[in-house]
Design a protein around this ligand. Structure first.
Ligand SMILES: [Zn+2]
Length: 307
């Protein structure tokens, strides 16, 4: 189960309604952050996400609006005497930035390498996770945020889980510790007779949930491939099509770009994220996206989605 909370969904500068980009994903008590804009710790307090539970932070790129919040969050955790560092994954340069205010033992920094961008890419032949947390794998791929910027998109995939058809299992005589035993052995002899039950007869595989965070990006065909079938795509939708020249110049997406990615990928739901302050009401962006991909919602600070 994943609980997603939008902590901030503004583009570049905050507005009275929107804080700078950060998304919290809670999995089994641990919190992962995707980007950590200025003010993230306060947004966590406001929206009921425990900052003490933050296990890892994934920084999409090193524009200030996407990572400045790490300093404040780190300082609060350091003052609270937290013993375990937060794993921070970001582009080359992350370590230099984070150590610029003195030693930062509170962070364990991993700068994503070129090799990881190939090996941990969901489009690789057998992708290797960047990290696995509570049976959830995190993968990374390059985003299109201009030629000079190392920008990434992230994909979080829950492991598939084997579940029991409880009623069927019980009707075949499975009880108590036998459930564990059959999982271990793959099959089990019941009673004194010759009746053998196979694991596949009484279980099914429940596919893990998958969410994708685009980070700042213009339209990316690779992302559309990587996000195939995802339960939720959280995508840059900074502008509407009327601002196409600006979107192209700044290497951001329009709501239509986000919707086209969602449609091509066949995702279940699209969340328009990273919204320019010019759209105080995101209805215009929603209308644009919904024409292409109907199951679209617009981000707002404090929005929660459970998968
Ligand atoms: Zn941005």
């Amino acid at each position: 189960m994943m609980d997603i909370t939008v902590l901030g969904c503004a583009a570049s500068t905050p507005t009275p309604e929107r804080s700078l980009p950060a998304i919290a994903v809670r999995i089994d008590g641990d919190v992962l952050l995707f980007d950590c804009g200025e003010g993230t710790q306060r947004q966590m307090m406001r929206h009921g996400v425990s900052y003490a539970a933050v296990k890892a932070v994934f920084i999409s790129h090193l524009h200030l609006d996407h990572f400045l919040g790490l300093f404040g969050l780190g300082e609060t955790l350091r003052l609270s005497g937290r013993p375990i560092p937060i794993e921070v994954f970001g582009p080359p340069g992350t370590l230099r930035f984070l150590s610029s205010f003195g030693p930062r033992e509170i962070f364990s920094v991993h700068e994503i390498t070129k090799t990881q961008l190939e090996e941990c890419n969901p489009l690789a032949k057998s992708p290797k996770p960047l990290i696995t947390i509570n049976e959830h794998d995190i993968f990374v791929l390059p985003a299109n945020h201009g030629p000079k910027v190392n920008a990434y998109s992230f994909l979080l995939r829950e492991h598939d889980r084997r579940r029991f058809h409880e009623a069927k299992a019980k009707s075949l005589g499975l009880a108590g510790p036998m459930f564990k035993e059959i999982q271990k052995k793959g099959s089990l002899k019941i009673g004194t007779g010759s009746k053998i039950i196979h694991l596949d007869d009484v279980t099914y595989v429940q596919p893990g949930k998958c969410i994708v965070y685009s980070g700042d990006t213009s339209y990316s065909p690779e992302l559309a491939k990587a996000a195939k079938g995802a339960d939720l795509l959280m995508h840059d939708a900074t502008f509407d099509e009327g601002q196409r020249p600006l979107a192209d110049e700044r290497a951001h997406s329009t709501a239509a770009d986000a919707a086209n990615t969602a449609k091509k990928a066949g995702v279940k739901q699209l969340l328009l994220f990273h919204l320019s302050g010019r759209y105080r009401d995101p209805q215009m962006l929603l209308d644009e996206a919904k024409k292409i991909f109907p199951n679209t919602i617009a981000a707002e600070d404090g929005l929660k989605i459970s998968l």
